[in-house]
Design a protein around this ligand. Structure first.
Ligand SMILES: *Cc1c(COP(=O)(O)O)cnc(C)c1O
Length: 483
């Protein structure tokens, strides 16, 4: 017994640094705060993109302990330095990220309190907060009260959960898989194809739908294809529409597709991961008519509400379909399994223990209110107009008027291979790195793509982006010997 007491005393001492005291906490926070100030206040002076690779040896976990100061130095030099600065307003490529400060505070507090947001029994407060956020989203998108939902780590997992429910609602298993049909736009986000494979539906028939000149699904083609498939004895069961495609920001005709899905008894899934929150804007809200008729919907607050990465959301009307795969009770969880309690996040998600991610959305919404978010989204639409006008003035060709805030442009030339010219222009823009843009292909033509969604992208960002583009255009012309 004395040995045991001695042993415990020694172990407590050895592990005591895991609980810093108030003084140590304060000095850590001061260093973290100084880092955050350096990062945020100096952001516009640093490149949005810098090629390079970290020195992995500095990131490896070795025997040597670091001070927080030293660790932050490694973080700055090896992690924050290279690649795309996703928190920057100068990130206008792919789909930009955000990084609201109050979300970081929310994460900090969620981590300090480590609320268990999986089951209502253990954490009625945090689970209720997440359920209220889901209720708020249901209101925003016209989903009924009985719909259920989940805050996920991102859009991909949210889509996965929705497609699982679609599969289970239509009992797509065994022999039925190979004769079942899914209707997708060729522009659908690739996480949909991934999800189809993950949920065991690799062998379903996938129909690529025809698109109009604005890259939106042609609803009449969908109807015809379903009829053809029905008459061949196949089993159409799922159609996916995008409320803002990733590549060109196109919003599919949501209401027309809803009509067709309803008439043909298809599960109707809408992926609004990029564009869903533009429903808040006066200018674009009509595009979203019919979204309320979807069986399931995905949005991504870490895109359209400017949160740091780590928050998607899914809404699903058919709770039983969702429960089929996700609801499970284990013996050791029996205290928490009371069916009269409010919905458990763990019953509608593959996750059990998870990050209490509601706090990072709840806090900014409560403190800022919704209006600055709406204004910021509207600003993105008008910045897209402004950018396109400036590009045209500078002699670039621009793509068709976009539905939302993704568009593209290219330099037209017949003095050399145009695609090669624009690829080189893209490389020069990446080498410059001041603002980050990405490229894509529109019908075999290489174009440079802009996606404006960061809350930090402002008119001055677009102005300095134009300066960069013109710099890079001159350089590219010189490289190609064009006057
Ligand atoms: C980003 C995106 C996704 C994937 O979401 P993640 O949050 O990156 O997992 C899905 N669909 C669309 C339309 C997207 O833009």
């Amino acid at each position: 017994m004395p040995d045991l007491i001695e042993k415990l005393k020694m172990l407590e001492e050895r592990s005591s640094s895991l609980e810093p005291n108030a003084y140590e906490r304060e000095s850590s926070l001061r260093l973290a705060q100084a880092y955050a100030d350096w990062f945020i206040d100096g952001m516009e002076d640093r490149p949005s993109y810098k090629a390079g690779n970290p020195d992995i040896s500095r990131l490896a976990i070795g025997d040597k302990q670091l001070s927080l100061d030293e660790a932050l130095k490694v973080f700055r030099e090896e992690v924050n330095q290279y690649g795309i600065n996703a928190a920057s307003g100068g990130h206008i490529g792919y789909i930009p990220g955000g990084g609201l400060f109050l979300s970081a505070i929310g994460d900090y507090l969620a981590d300090i309190s480590n609320e268990y947001a999986g089951m209502y029994f253990g954490s009625p407060g945090s689970v209720s907060m997440e359920n209220e956020l889901i209720n708020w989203l249901k209101g925003l998108f016209g989903f009924p009260d009985y719909a259920v939902g989940n805050l996920t780590s991102g859009g991909s997992i949210a889509n996965l959960i929705a497609l699982t429910a679609a599969r289970d609602k239509h009992k797509i298993k065994n022999d039925k898989i190979q004769s079942s049909v899914v209707y997708l736009s060729p522009q659908v986000h690739h996480c949909i194809q991934k999800a189809i494979r993950i949920i065991g539906l690799e062998d379903v028939i996938i129909r690529d739908l025809e698109l109009d000149d604005f890259s939106r699904i042609k609803a009449d083609h969908l109807q015809k294809q379903i009829e053809v498939d029905h008459s061949s004895g196949l089993n159409p069961f799922l159609v996916v529409a995008s409320a803002g495609t990733t590549d060109t920001g196109a919003v599919d005709p949501l209401n027309d597709i809803a009509d067709i899905a309803e008439k043909n008894n298809l599960w109707y899934h809408v992926d609004g991961a990029y564009g869903g929150f533009f429903i808040l804007c006066e200018r674009t809200k009509n595009l979203f008519k019919g979204i309320e008729r979807a069986d399931s919907l995905v949005v991504d607050p870490h895109k359209g509400l400017f949160l740091p990465y780590g928050l998607g959301a899914v809404l699903i009307k058919d709770k039983e379909a969702l429960f089929h795969s996700h609801h499970y009770t284990a013996n050791y969880m029996q205290d928490a399994a009371d069916p009269n309690l409010p919905l458990n996040p763990a019953d509608v998600s593959p996750e059990l223990t998870k990050h209490f991610r509601g706090m990072r959305l709840w806090l900014p919404l409560q403190i800022h209110g919704l209006d600055p978010f709406v204004a910021c989204l509207e600003e993105k639409l008008y910045l897209t107009d402004y950018f396109r006008l400036e590009l045209e003035k500078a002699g670039f060709k621009i793509g068709p008027e976009p539905d939302l805030s993704v568009s593209y442009f290219w330099y037209e030339t017949n003095e050399c291979d145009q695609n090669e010219f624009n690829r080189t222009l893209m490389q020069n823009i990446h080498l410059d790195g001041h603002i980050f843009l990405s490229s894509t292909k529109i019908e075999e033509m290489t174009v440079i793509r802009m996606a404006i969604l960061s809350f930090r992208t402002k008119k001055r960002t677009i102005d300095s982006c134009m300066e960069m583009i013109l710099r890079c255009l001159e350089k590219t012309k010189t490289q190609f010997g064009i006057a």
